[in-house]
Design a protein around this ligand. Sequence first.
Ligand SMILES: Nc1ncnc2c1ncn2[C@@H]1O[C@H](COP(=O)(O)OP(=O)(O)OP(=O)(O)O)[C@@H](O)[C@H]1O
Ligand SMILES: O=P(O)(O)OC[C@H]1O[C@](O)(CO)[C@@H](O)[C@@H]1O
Ligand SMILES: [Mg+2]
Length: 521
Amino acid sequence: MDLLLYPSSISFKSHASPPRPNFPNFNSKKSRNFLRNPLIWRQNCRIRAQSSNGTAGDGFVLEDVPHLTDFLPGLLSYPNPLQNSKAYAIVRQTFVTPEDAVAENIVVQKDSPRGVHFRRAGPREKVYFKSEEVRACIVTCGGLCPGINTVIRELVYGLNYMYGVDDILGIEGGYRGFYSKNTVSLTPKLVNDIHKRGGTFLRTSRGGHDTNKIVDNIEDRGINQVYIIGGDGTQKGADLIFKEVEKRGLQVAVAGIPKTIDNDIAVIDKSFGFDTAVEEAQRAINAAHVEVESVENGVGIVKLMGRYSGFIAMYATLASRDVDCCLIPESPFYLEGRGGLFEFVEERLKENGHIVIVLAEGAGQDYVAQELHPIDEKDASGNRLLLDVGLWLSQKIKDHFTNVRKMAINMKYIDPTYMIRAIPSNAADNVYCTLLAQSAVHGAMAGYTGFTVGPVNSRHAYIPIARVTETQNTVKLTDRMWARLLASTNQPSFLNSNEVIPEKADQETMEVVNDMRITSI
Ligand SMILES: Nc1ncnc2c1ncn2[C@@H]1O[C@H](COP(=O)(O)OP(=O)(O)OP(=O)(O)O)[C@@H](O)[C@H]1O
Ligand SMILES: O=P(O)(O)OC[C@H]1O[C@](O)(CO)[C@@H](O)[C@@H]1O
Ligand SMILES: [Mg+2]
């Protein structure tokens, strides 16, 4: 296996399952019983953890992904069919060498250790599947995002054109589709045009993940490569599928392709569809700006997606220049008093006659909740349903200026959230989706499994799934990017709050807000 070719000074911090003792025949009943024995399994995990702790030599750490040969040591390999591919005929180096790794941090000091690395994505000299024996499947889960169809298309094309695989199944309607729906056979002809459409050709769902039923189905259908497109929840599900596949000792490669419009997936540079969303958000911001600059005391509020991460709002604000204030979940804000939002709105109205506020849907949730006392509702996947901060804020600003400041304002509230999510991906995202899909195919064909693919410092890498699900990517207020935004909008940072959060809104406001909640459900 590739790993052995690394110099001995390199240490491996692996999220992969522990190496198993050698068995003469891994498909024997004895071997399979061993794999099912949780006690032996845990012991092995400890051994692996002890032997991989710490760094050696120059501090190079490879956070490696599992390989099918970790639990199927006798697996045969074959020459990669790409070596006869016309597309790669004059490429200087067709195959990625086992030594290639991608650094997690590229800003280093002269004497700092080399740090954490991931395996570089790309085609390998050897593959662990015969093309004619591959039965692949593709599933899409979670919310929509521009570019899903491009990834589906390029997985089908990549498998077919690069590796000659022609048995590709589409699993319809997310994870539950594995056990509750028939499959659809995917051919290049069928998916040829789908990248021009938003949404997902295979449809999607939340909830319904049942690891055993899914893996039973994978086994029953003879599927040996599983491509799973989805966000953090989906990737957690993919990890469970991988672990169950491994426990059963099946020759099935599980590849995750990260999808999230919120850009909240850790480790990778950014998620596909994010740029498209930021671009599309400009249209809504522009509309708000046109509206409010055409009237007296115009206040425009644009709500964008972002449950726990305000990346779309932050980048849309930075891109636009028409936004006066950006509110995100990571940065608590307050309304009343010195340095509060009301004061800032009034200043800008006096200065410019209008103001545009962009806010992420997850912003100020605690603040809103204090007044609305909501019931804790969740979607089918267990994600908390958010209160509508956009409607709430619009009403609060209206009330403040009408009742307290006795000033007439012209409120324009725009909620383009689903419009931004439902469009096809732009040119840059289409290229990105192609790379993701091809990297996933190369990885699975090369026998890697339990991995998520994605760009790390602009180079595509195979990342252990657990690594991308253990934390969520959020805007760091202490990073320079947020400071750049503050410097660009000159909005309050809300950091030195002499915060006055009202104990309770007056009865009239409560009624209005409650009415709005009903409208927004
Ligand atoms: N912890 C988990 N373990 C196993 N499966 C999960 C887990 N969390 C979510 N899933 C499954 O993953 C699928 C998608 O999850 P979810 O609805 O949270 O979307 P997501 O993948 O996080 O994408 P989005 O960014 O749109 O929210 C669902 O079928 C859900 O059942
Ligand atoms: O209404 P849905 O489809 O469940 O999805 C809404 C959520 O999905 C996301 O777009 C993430 O996919 C969030 O930003 C948003 O809160
Ligand atoms: Mg999620």
